[in-house]
Write a protein that binds this ligand. Structure first.
Ligand code: SAM
Length: 482
């Protein structure tokens, strides 16, 4: 039997089934141990330091105890600390992105995904470079600056060269005042050599959802195709880091397996990356299985309700405070509202989950990867965020200034976020307001910008940000950053 070792490079040792089962038993035993629960919550709370604030995070065992706890008063406390951490490190900024589907050709048999090889209902499509330009132009016209590209796995139709061509094309499009400044990549597990090529192409985060950490279920849910290999898939982030990518994004597809098992696996994965590479995951995504062509979510036994989902998000926030959290348009406005307060730091907006969807007048349904619950336009999402006290941010500065991996973590810990991320958010929001917003959004937006400028502690940074925003408004200047 494999023995748990977070420093091992073998999937079965760093995501160790025996350790997860022991963790779940420990969590179950202690779920009413209020003394221990209080201690764990206190450990997670942000602590003031000389020049800012820091958080210790939690181990997978500690975090699992909190997730198992059902005492309403303690859950309330967990939510309060999640909000505290969110405000300490991410403030009220919410980073905005959109997915761009390049190709739905896929050779895998994932039973929850409409792109699975045997699905003959959906037309297969792959964007040409001209079509990539048209999609990116449409995304720029909405105001997007940050994309996550998505593709099925198909070595013949979507080889790495195709993905690299698309990335080059995306970065080359400059329509009016628009440009895409960060391309994150969500493609199947690949080789160190290919990860190196992605790094050289200037990608931001490499995102790969584990789907499930439960090895046996994983094999059943991925019966055929290269994705069937659990070890190769689970060890992908280590190869990505070996290839030089130091921002990686983890995720679980909730609904496939028991959520407590997945949660422990997810935190263990984060601990493993920290132990081996000295830096944890840049982001964690928390998708839930959705209806799609040929896919009925009720066919999976482990669906979770909104309350449990919120608890998972809050417990992730406490366990890995320096990891951004992403919520997509799979979720409704109502669910997104609640999760934003509990620790989510990135949302997608105005998304189309079909290949070629952004250039169609009507939302095309036939190649959608999943049903989109939040169907509002980007302008509506931006306005809604602001009306709820958030600052929509189109910032891509960290990655472009080389603040990736542990350098981003240092920024978090240094207390400079309010002098750096906050003005960057306000400057990129001002660009959005000038170039793309409706009159109503613009009005609310500039009121918010004025108010939030005053919160920049450093006087010089405040003056520069204010000057830059004047230049954005009056002299059509763009792309300022700290
Ligand atoms: N093909 C890539 C891979 O092998 O990882 C990833 C790209 S796929 C387009 C993006 C993600 O969508 C998958 O990792 C999966 O978690 C999610 N997904 C697939 N089917 C879904 C469904 N029915 N509902 C919600 N999310 C789904």
């Amino acid at each position: 039997m494999a023995v748990y070792n977070p420093k091992s490079l073998k999937a079965e040792e760093f995501i160790n089934d025996d350790e997860i089962r022991k963790t779940l038993a420990y969590a179950e035993e202690n779920k009413e141990n209020t003394e221990l629960i209080d201690k764990i919550i206190e450990k997670a709370r942000p602590k003031k330091t000389e020049n800012g604030c820091m958080c210790s995070g939690l181990t997978h065992r500690e975090a699992s105890v909190l997730l198992a706890c059902e005492i309403p008063e303690k859950i309330k406390k967990i939510y309060e600390v999640a909000e505290e951490i969110k405000l300490a490190f991410y403030g009220n900024r919410i980073v905005i992105f959109a997915p761009l589907y390049l190709s739905n050709y896929c050779v895998n048999g994932c039973v929850y995904c409409p792109y699975h090889l045997k699905n003959k209902n959906i037309p297969r499509r792959k964007l040409t470079q001209e079509e990539v330009i048209a999609e990116v132009t449409a995304l720029q016209d909405m105001g997007h600056k940050r994309l996550a590209i998505e593709a099925g796995e198909d070595p013949v139709n979507n080889p790495i060269e195709y993905i690299l061509d698309c990335i080059r094309t995306i970065y080359s499009v400059h329509h009016k005042n628009g440009d895409i400044r960060r391309v994150n990549v969500n493609i199947a597990a690949t080789t160190v050599e290919n990860y190196r090529k992605l790094k050289e192409a200037g990608i931001g985060t490499y995102i790969l959802f584990q789907e499930t950490y439960h090895k046996e279920s994983y094999s059943e849910l991925h019966p055929t195709g290269p994705k069937h290999d659990y070890d190769y898939h689970t060890e992908a982030m280590d190869r990505a880091m070996e290839g030089g990518i130091d921002d990686v994004g983890l995720g679980v597809l909730f609904g496939l397996e028991m959520y407590k098992y997945e949660f422990a696996g997810l935190i263990m994965h984060a601990e493993h990356l920290e132990a081996v590479h000295g830096v944890g995951p840049h982001t964690i995504s928390v998708p839930r299985v959705k209806h799609a062509d040929d896919i009925d979510p009720s066919a999976f036994d482990n669906g979770i309700d909104d309350e449990t989902f919120a608890k998972i998000v809050a417990c992730i926030r406490l366990a890995v405070p320096y990891t951004g959290m992403i919520i997509s348009t799979r979720e409704t406005e109502e669910v997104r509202s609640k999760l934003l307060r509990l620790g989510v730091s990135q949302v997608s907006g105005g998304s189309r989950t079909s290949v070629g969807g952004y250039t169609e007048e009507e939302r095309p349904r036939d190649t959608e990867q999943f049903d989109v619950s939040d169907q509002r336009s980007l302008d509506e999402v931006v306005r809604w965020l602001m009306e709820n006290g958030h600052i929509p941010s189109f910032c891509t500065a960290c990655y472009r200034e080389g603040r990736t991996g542990d350098r981003f973590m240092s920024l978090c810990k240094s207390g400079q976020i309010l002098n750096c991320c906050h003005p960057n958010a306000l400057m990129t929001l001002s660009e959005y307001l000038e170039d793309y917003a409706s009159e109503a959004t613009k009005k609310i937006g500039y009121r918010l910008v004025e108010k939030e400028l005053k919160r920049i502690p450093n006087e010089t940074a405040r003056k520069i940000a204010s000057q830059n925003i004047d230049d954005i408004k009056n002299f059509n200047r763009r792309d300022f950053r700290f």
